[in-house]
Design a protein around this ligand. Structure first.
Ligand code: BGC
Length: 764
């Protein structure tokens, strides 16, 4: 396709019509010029291609593999696994002639309440970005495009069409944008889907700063921006902002027409339209695929069983063993096991909304367990009606528990508890489930709970049971995966991609979540997830990064390539990890960085995830794990220079098993090579002046000008340890001295001039 030539040949109307969908799922073809249409469908954990023709919306879809949703796959911390997931979805897309997969979703989990958390990876932007980049590489490696979503700051479902996410610049840059930035710069997704909400007053779909200045000018994105379905308000404004393709098809009166009219009226530069059309054609040309295939071709070019096995592997390598007292797990296949809870029979394996896949097959945990051991089953509750306990079902479960060696209770969040489109109001599981666990635990001391949930739940019974397996929602093979872990066929190796707080009110966004009418202020700022809980030294139920194994790992011999680096250099961090148990296992080694001495210059988290590696170790085996850290591991966003910046400081390198189980620590001094100008003024404290490169020189200079003041002398000023004394200097020099009249004629302007002479444009 000669795109420039095509643009030249297209009429104004043709170019405008290219900027909106033909229907719910396809772009418009221009037959005259041999421009084909392409199809896109959800979604992030499996294909949802509508079965009854492309003009329908949320209708039953064709069968596809339902892989584990992001809430679970993120817990794998496994880039290769995410690549494999993407590649499998890409393969299914190819077989259905789908050219763009609408995923992954990388919004940050600000609150456990977000109804769509199951579709998102993490509370941590580094992890979310890494997972998304691998997923995109996997899909796009098959020649199928992706649409990373929902750009940006779409962290609640409540009023998602209108709510305005009010976020300060630093928080935006450090928490809510980096996952997008990482995935976009690293994996180059074909498209970005803008979100419904507003960001700092402007709809994402009309936000020039977001869609052009940040996305394209700063990050170099070359694909197209697609609107979330129905996210367009003012189409012309959107086009000017960089929103290329409106999905689904244009509203009536057609937005295409509005574009044409705006160009004719001189309100929209045709060059803007040309650029959008050019980008759309570039994506169509790259992803259109083989012309000979038709939209409804049924040929399956993938192996349904093999994909089921991939789904099971991803789930079993992602589920998180939270607790394993007395090594209750793995279960012996000859033990008398009572399986309790209807979710074992009717699994909750995915969330509701646009990502819901019509799964080829679903394996329940009960079915899988029956293949492993002679188990008994009792329902325990009715999942459709479990807000209150059923005394009869509970009594049956208790009686089953009494005659078993071990009880495995399957509980979680029923479908209607969480979904796209609304948020939860609390973090509790249904009372019928909580009561059931306690009743079973009082009948049998050996209880394991398996959870099926898309987001954290309160666990008032956590102390009463010996084992907890966080299965999240596991996709079509989740039941089998849970049994793989329960019966020891797989050694658990997932770790939490989010903190599990004890109760909802512990969460940092608790006071502000949902907002007030159409405004949601992100007042907790950068303190999201473990960044908050760690800073507050709060007890949590299970910390970010936590996850147990049937073996144990010893961490030793931390090496840093240097004790001091410039921020333009990299630091290599190496640690040895040894499997000291009897089973082969995988360990997720996590690297966090924290500034050693946090002071009044910058509000900072105690530690931030800056690297992770998943390694596989046979019993007794040891491996060296190496991380390379660059400037991004040490920097914060400095709004003054509108860029990331490093404070010249000592940093602690922490390597460990979780955010709260740091095994090894080292230190490095990182020196900034970038000046972040801070203009001293007459009110600047001596402390800040001293931090400046020529601060000492300036203070000596000042001291010489005030010899009559005994406490202002060069010696005192040079003695940084005598901080209290020194602190009074600016008062004397810049305020009291003049007010007391002892230095008549010295004005603020004089002081500023002395400062400018020596201190101007200093490094902070
Ligand atoms: C959702 C998107 C989805 C789209 C198409 C929207 O309502 O927010 O995530 O891709 O529908 O189904």
């Amino acid at each position: 396709m000669d795109i420039k030539k095509l643009i030249g040949e297209m009429t104004l109307e043709e170019k405008a019509m290219l900027c909106s969908g033909l229907n719910f799922w396809e772009t418009k073809p221009v037959e005259r010029l041999d421009i084909p249409k392409i199809m896109m469908t959800d979604g992030p954990h499996g294909l949802r291609k509508v079965a009854s023709g492309p003009s329908t919306g949320h209708r039953p879809s064709k069968e596809a593999t339902c892989f584990p949703p992001a809430v679970l796959s993120a817990c794998s911390f496994d880039r290769e696994l995410l690549y494999e997931l993407g590649a499998a979805i890409g393969q299914e897309a190819l077989s259905e002639n789908v050219r763009i997969v609408l995923g992954p979703g990388v919004n940050i989990k600000r609150s456990p309440l977000c109804g769509r958390n199951f579709e998102y990876f993490s509370e941590d932007p580094y992890l979310a970005g890494e997972m998304a980049a691998s997923f995109i590489d996997g899909v796009q490696g098959k020649g199928v495009g992706t649409s990373i979503k929902h750009f940006a700051a779409n962290n609640q479902e409540t009023r998602r069409w209108s709510s305005d996410s009010v976020i300060d610049e630093r928080t935006l840059r450090e928490i809510y944008l980096p996952a997008f930035k990482k995935a976009i710069t690293k994996a180059k997704p074909a498209t970005v889907m803008c979100s419904y909400n507003r960001l700092n007053g402007e709809y994402a779909s009309e936000n020039r700063r977001l869609l052009t200045e940040i996305l394209r000018d700063e990050w170099g994105f070359e694909g197209i921006v697609i609107s979330d379905w129905g996210a367009v308000n003012d189409r012309v404004l959107g086009l000017k902002a960089g929103m290329d393709l409106e999905m689904p098809g244009a509203a009536v009166p057609s937005n295409d027409e509005l574009i044409v009219r705006a160009v004719r009226a001189g309100e929209l530069d045709e060059a803007v339209l040309n650029l959008a059309a050019e980008r759309i054609l570039t994506v169509i040309s790259k992803y259109k695929g083989d012309k000979s295939r038709t939209g409804d071709e049924e040929t399956r070019t993938f192996d349904v069983d093999a994909h089921d096995a991939i789904a099971r592997k991803i789930a079993s390598e992602s589920m998180v063993l939270l607790k394993n007292e007395d090594n209750i797990l793995p279960l012996s296949k000859t033990a008398k096991v009572a399986i309790i809870g209807e979710m074992a029979e009717k699994p909750r394996y995915q969330g509701s909304g646009s990502s819901a896949v019509n799964a080829f097959r679903v394996t329940s945990a009960l079915e899988a367990a029956r293949g492993c051991a002679a188990v008994t089953y009792s329902k325990g509750y009715d999942v459709k009606n479990c807000d209150e306990p059923s005394q009869q079902l509970m009594a049956e479960a208790v009686s089953a528990a009494k005659s078993a060696d071990v009880c495995v209770v399957f509980v979680g969040l029923p479908h209607h508890y969480e979904s796209e489109g609304y948020d939860r109001l609390h973090m509790r599981m249904p009372e019928g489930m909580n009561k059931l666990i306690l009743a079973v635990a009082s009948a049998n001391p050996n209880v394991v709970v398996v959870l099926s949930n898309g987001a954290p739940v309160e666990m008032p019974w956590a102390g009463e049971v010996k084992g907890i397996l966080e299965g999240y929602i596991g996709g079509q093979a989740g039941g089998g995966a849970a049994c793989d872990i329960l019966f020891g066929d797989v050694n658990p190796c997932g770790k939490l991609a989010e903190t599990l707080p004890i109760k909802l009110s512990d969460n940092p966004s608790y006071l502000y979540y949902f907002g007030e009418r159409d405004t949601t202020q992100y007042r907790e700022g950068i303190f999201v997830g473990y960044r908050y809980y760690d800073k507050k030294e709060m007890e949590v139920l299970f910390p970010f990064g936590h996850g147990m194994s049937y073996t144990s790992f010893e961490y030793s011999n931390l090496r840093l390539s240097s004790a001091k680096i410039d921020d333009t250099q990299t630091l290599t961090v190496t640690a040895n990890i040894k499997n000291t148990g009897n089973a082969a296992g995988k360990e997720i080694v996590q690297l966090y960085v924290g500034q050693k001495n946090i002071d009044d210059r910058l509000i900072r988290a105690e530690k931030e995830l800056r690297g992770f590696a998943k390694i596989s170790l046979a019993p007794g085996e040891s491996k060296a794990v190496e991380f390379t850290l660059d400037k991004s591991a040490f920097s914060y966003y400095n709004t003054q220079i509108a860029d990331f910046h490093v404070l010249s400081e000592d940093y602690i390198i922490m390597v460990g098993r979780s955010s709260r189980d740091i095994a090894l620590c080292g230190e490095v001094y990182v020196k900034s090579t970038v000046k972040a100008p801070q203009r001293a003024n007459p009110n600047t404290t001596v402390r800040d002046i001293r931090r400046m490169e020529r601060g000492g020189e300036f203070l000596s200079y000042i001291a010489k000008k005030f010899p009559q003041h005994a406490n202002i002398n060069e010696e005192a000023l040079a003695d940084g340890s005598n901080y209290e004394h020194i602190r009074c200097v600016p008062e004397f020099v810049f305020r009291q001295t003049r007010l007391m009249g002892s230095m008549p004629g010295v004005t603020d302007a004089d002081i500023q001039a002395w400062m400018d002479e020596i201190l101007n444009e200093e490094n902070v």
